[in-house]
Every structure is written in structure tokens, then in C-alpha cells.
Design a binder for this molecule. Structure first.
Ligand code: ZN
Length: 289
């Protein structure tokens, strides 16, 4: 289970989120059997998407964040429900590239430095809300910050980190998102900037046993912080046989008949969680009817 916190400063100038997503990133690395740098990239995206999930207003709303850039990892996708439960997918989970010039996993090298980030919010309206901004660094946190500033006009600070151990398990993962509300004045921004200069990295804090609350209190030092909610979040897929059946139906009778003729059935594997769904020839015939 991961831990998520939502807070506001009592002067009403800042709303903030922080998450410890170690278990989520670990589960993602197990599902996708990803190499270290891809685990770091996907873990960062999952952390951000989970925090964007709890920003949603409606209980049944969901948010999808997709990164399409020119790196070897290919497309990365994360989907969160309104509680912050997330799942993710990456088209090339195994990328082996050298460490970057700081001796760290080269996330932007795996993701790519040119492309787009897409945010699609299903708010249960006729049309989903969607926004798109260019990738500016491929390190993901900067790209999320840029998305909020340019697409939603919300001044945002986002910091994300994933520490991968030698055995490829995740040692620490998480991040925070801090957003300025319309009442924030210059002194608030100055204070925040000062704080950010003085804090250790997210992974250093989390690896040092900091909780999301401690992390936020460091970032918001000097502000009176009110914790609004603390929730448990996890890597969770909502796939079901029913959904897979509908997906199969959408590819059409001709394709299904071809599956019967060639494979005498179908095996469908969920992209997000790896669960297998088996359909016999009879199952498929029934679907075609
Ligand atoms: Zn699934």
C-alpha cells in the first residue's frame, strides 16, 4: 500500500499533495519486468498520476496521463481513479542505457526529450477533458509542471523520484505536487522557492523514512499546514472478463472468426496487470452471436 496526503496552507494560498509510492512502483516493476531506468520512469509517472487522481472531483472520474516521446522506452501510460489508485503500462519495459552525467538513472534518456504529454480526464461528461503540452525534459516532473502551467494555467511545483536497488526492487519512490491558489502573493512564492533550494531530494527524504506528511512539511516550512486527508493508494487494475469481452466484440466478427479458425480460441493478456483471460472456441462463437 502507498500513502497519500492532501494538505492546504491555512492562509489559503497553497494546496499540496504528497505520495509514498514505493509499493506501487514495485508492483509496476514486477508486472512489467522492467529494467531499472524504466521502473524509475514509470514509477515517477505513476506517482504524479496518482496525485492528479485525487485532484478529481467526482467519485467515478479518472485521469490518464500518456507520454509519447522519442526515447527507447516508447509510450508510457498511467491511469488513476479518483482515490489515487493507479495502473501503468510502458511499450518497451527493458531499456539498458548508461547512467547520466550525475551518475543517476537516465530517465529522460529512456523517455526521450522531444514529444508530447497528454492528460485525459474522464469526468463522466459527454466528452472527456483533454490537454496536451510538449515534453520539455523527459524527466517527467518538469513535464508535469509545464503541463499544469501551460494547459491548466495553475502555477505548480512537482518533484518526483524513484530509487531502484541493485536487485531491481524499488527502495524508495514518491513525490509531491504543490499548487498556488489564486490568492497567493509574491511573498508566498519567495518563501516556497527558498524552501525548495534547501530540501534534499524526494528519494533522499523517503529513503530516510520520511512520511509524505513530513515531506510536505519540509517543502512548506514556514507555512501553517492543514492536513485535509490521508489515504492509502495502491497499484490497482480494474480489468474484468466482461471488459475483455467488450474489447473482443469491438474488433468485429471477422477477426473473431479468424481467431477461431487459426487458434481455436483466444488468450488475452491485460496490458496493465498481466492477468490472462482465456476464451475457448465456444466462448468466441457465443460472442459472435
Ligand atoms: Zn488488468
Amino acid at each position: 500500500m502507498g500513502n497519500m496526503i492532501r494538505a492546504i496552507t491555512s492562509d489559503g494560498s497553497i494546496v499540496a499533495f504528497a505520495v509514498d509510492s514505493k509499493d506501487i512502483a514495485n508492483k509496476a516493476s514486477q508486472v512489467h519486468k522492467s529494467s531499472a531506468v524504466v521502473t524509475a520512469a514509470l514509477g515517477r509517472l505513476l506517482s504524479a498520476t496518482s496525485m492528479m487522481g485525487i485532484m478529481l472531483k467526482g467519485e467515478d472520474d479518472s485521469v490518464t496521463v500518456r507520454i509519447d516521446a522519442d526515447g527507447p522506452a516508447g509510450t508510457l501510460i498511467a491511469v488513476s481513479d479518483s482515490i489515487g489508485n493507479v495502473r501503468g503500462y510502458v511499450s518497451n519495459p527493458v531499456v539498458e542505457i548508461p547512467l547520466n552525467e550525475f551518475g543517476k538513472l537516465d530517465v529522460s534518456g529512456a523517455v526521450g526529450r522531444s514529444g508530447s504529454i497528454y492528460v485525459i480526464k474522464d469526468l463522466n461528461l459527454k466528452q472527456p477533458y483533454s490537454g496536451q503540452t510538449p515534453i520539455i525534459s523527459g524527466e517527467i516532473a518538469e513535464d508535469i509542471t509545464n503541463y499544469f502551467a501551460r494547459s491548466e494555467q495553475i502555477p505548480t511545483i512537482c518533484s518526483l523520484g524513484v530509487l531502484v536497488d541493485r536487485d531491481l526492487s524499488v527502495k524508495a519512490s514518491g513525490g509531491f505536487i504543490v499548487q498556488l491558489l489564486p490568492f497567493a502573493d509574491k511573498s508566498v512564492i519567495d518563501r516556497l522557492e527558498q524552501n525548495l533550494k534547501n530540501i534534499p531530494t524526494v528519494t533522499a527524504m523517503l529513503d530516510n523514512q520520511a512520511t509524505p506528511e513530513k515531506l510536505l512539511r519540509r517543502v512548506l516550512e514556514g507555512f501553517e499546514v492543514e492536513i485535509m486527508a490521508e489515504t492509502q493508494v495502491e497499484y490497482l487494475c480494474d480489468c474484468s472478463r466482461d471488459r475483455v469481452e467488450r474489447a473482443l466484440l469491438s474488433i468485429g466478427a471477422q477477426e473473431l472468426n479468424a481467431m477461431i479458425a487459426e487458434q481455436h480460441g483466444a488468450q488475452v493478456c491485460c496490458h496493465f496487470c498481466g492477468k490472462e483471460y482465456n476464451f475457448t472456441e465456444d466462448n468466441l462463437l457465443l460472442l459472435i452471436k
